[in-house]
Design a protein around this ligand. Structure first.
Ligand SMILES: O=C(O)CCC(=O)C(=O)O
Ligand SMILES: [Fe+2]
Length: 519
């Protein structure tokens, strides 16, 4: 990364704030001399055990409060989930100790980052007292467990398994997503993490061993009325030849990361008008009413589907589903076709990400998202599809083009949750369901707006509207994808015929006439 790492005690907090506003991520020197590095080393070794051993050791036994939780072998990585007070008896004591210390150290670092963003020296205009911030984060003490003021923060240790697929950047890593919490701190043993920049490009983020990556999460972005944009990020595992190791024991081993997710306590309340010092009337309507964490998270769940953000129960369900249907289920039409076609990196990125339109924050969308996104993403998407269909078609017969496009059509891929064909939808935030990748303003949401106006919109009505609206969006997205696949097939045929010169075009015209001639 181009910019220098930030030293929190030395650099003014405004530097951090500005960098997060600009990039939605920053690299800092670890403000707490914690055992993060040691934990990476110890865990790299721990992850070398067979999957079954790890699962047996780190998954909490049935009948306990954390039953079934702890270790998740996913298709593209294995995740060890660590919460406050973690310590399954099956895990060696030294590993438990180091991991707990790393948890505590990262938690402190995250609190320091949050505090600096709200300190008056940050020139951020953000306002929250230390007491308020403590209320947001919740109490770490074990005796508050389960209460609405208890900490929900979690440490995810991920070991990325290598993928044999020819689209490793899609299947062997982590799909693009936004973290749900306040902020995430990441330490890792090698390259792979990427953050979506405002211009739609993916920026590799490579902290060195003493550094941490700070990512803004959905909750903090919402609490600051979008002033701090949430980081859209993904993990693209480097090929083994290019993987450089920052930790001696992990050389040649899969990338390992520690992602500490500072999450809001369940009962915390966020009022952007107070936090930003902006009169409520001046805020985007989506931010006007204060929200509690639970409400915020329900809206988040309705619009963001990612295994990294789910509750553990949801993860387990999805895990089972993925074991049956692993490969194409992660892949969006655009991304799959772009990858297969070797389309230009820019078109791949735009197609996968929909540019900044995928940013889940309703207000203060980057200019590119509000103006160019729908058209640009649609074009990028079409290009990616055509790029796949066309070369195949040129080498063979027109029918092959249709088949190539059809093979990428909706039936051949499915994705849990809304299919991300961004940009084809309206890129505005919905007042009802809180969708930001493009609510169609379905009648459910229009109703909700009316209810709101009359003061009758409860959180259950919002949940209902969100569900119904999401369903409608999925149908619409499906139609868009089908339409696009048809367009790609037609376009590929025209290119094929055009490639044969005038004779080809005449042939195309006569074929069309014959097709359309009355029987
Ligand atoms: O492995 C990483 O660097 C990031 C993982 C991640 O994004 C997550 O767990 O939410
Ligand atoms: Fe993440």
């Amino acid at each position: 990364m181009a910019s220098k790492p930030i030293k929190l005690g030395r650099d003014p907090p405004s530097v951090l704030f500005k960098q997060l506003v600009k990039n939605s991520f920053a690299i800092i020197d670890n403000p707490v001399d914690s055992t993060t590095l040691e934990a990476l080393d110890v865990l790299a070794e721990w992850f070398q055990q067979p999957s079954g051993t790890k699962q047996a050791a780190a998954t909490a036994a049935a009948g306990t409060a954390a039953a079934g939780r702890g270790f998740f072998p996913l298709p593209d990585k294995e995740v060890l989930e660590v919460k406050q007070g973690w310590g399954p008896a099956g895990v060696q004591q030294d590993v438990r100790l180091v991991v707990r210390e790393a948890f505590t150290g990262l938690r402190k670092s995250a609190a320091i980052v949050l505090q600096s963003l709200f300190s008056s020296d940050a020139d951020s205009g953000l306002q929250a007292t230390d007491q308020q911030l403590e209320g947001w984060i919740g109490q770490p003490a074990a005796n508050s467990a389960g209460s609405s003021s208890s900490s929900s923060s979690v440490l995810h240790v991920s070991s990325y398994t290598s993928s044999s697929t020819n689209a490793p950047h899609l299947l062997g890593g982590t799909e693009q997503h936004v973290d749900r919490g306040l902020l995430t701190l990441i330490a890792d043993t090698g390259p792979g993490l990427q953050v979506l920049a405002r211009d739609g490009s993916w920026v590799p983020v490579t902290p060195s061993p003493q550094q941490l990556v700070v990512l803004v999460g959905h909750t903090l972005s919402w609490a600051t009325a979008g002033r701090l944009p949430a980081a859209v990020h993904r993990v693209v595992p480097a090929s083994s030849s290019s993987s450089s190791s920052s930790s001696s024991s992990s050389r040649g081993a899969p990338r390992l990361s520690l992602a500490f997710k500072l999450r809001a306590a369940p009962g915390a309340e966020f009022a952007p008008a107070t936090t930003t010092g902006t009169p409520s009337g001046e805020l985007h309507s989506g931010y006007r009413a204060p929200k509690r964490t639970r409400e915020l998270m329900a809206a988040f769940d309705a619009t963001h589907q990612s295994i990294h953000n789910q509750s553990t129960d949801q993860q387990q369900q999805q895990q089972q589903q993925q074991q049956v249907n692993i490969k194409p289920s992660h892949v969006t039409l655009a991304a799959a076709t772009a990858a297969a076609a070797g389309a230009s990196p820019e078109s791949k990125q735009a197609a996968q990400a929909g540019g900044p339109a995928a940013q889940p924050e309703p207000a203060r969308l980057p200019a590119a998202a509000t103006s160019a996104a729908p058209a640009a993403a649609a074009v990028a998407l079409a290009l990616a599809v055509v790029a796949t269909a066309a070369p195949t078609a040129l080498a063979t017969e027109p029918a092959a083009a249709t088949a190539a496009a059809a093979s990428a059509a909706p039936g051949s891929f499915s994705r849990p949750g809304p299919a991300p064909v961004p940009g084809l939808l309206l890129s505005r935030a919905c007042l009802g369901c809180w969708t930001t990748t493009g609510c169609l303003m379905s009648w459910h949401c229009r109703w909700l707006r009316h209810w709101r106006r009359w003061g009758a919109a409860s959180s259950s009505s919002r949940t209902w509207a969100a569900g119904a609206c999401q369903q409608q969006q999925q149908q619409q997205e499906q139609q868009n994808v089908e339409q696009l696949a048809r367009f790609a097939a037609d376009y590929a045929q025209v290119r094929l015929w055009a490639g044969r010169g005038r004779a080809g075009l005449v042939q195309a015209a006569s074929a069309k006439m014959i097709r359309n001639a009355p029987a």
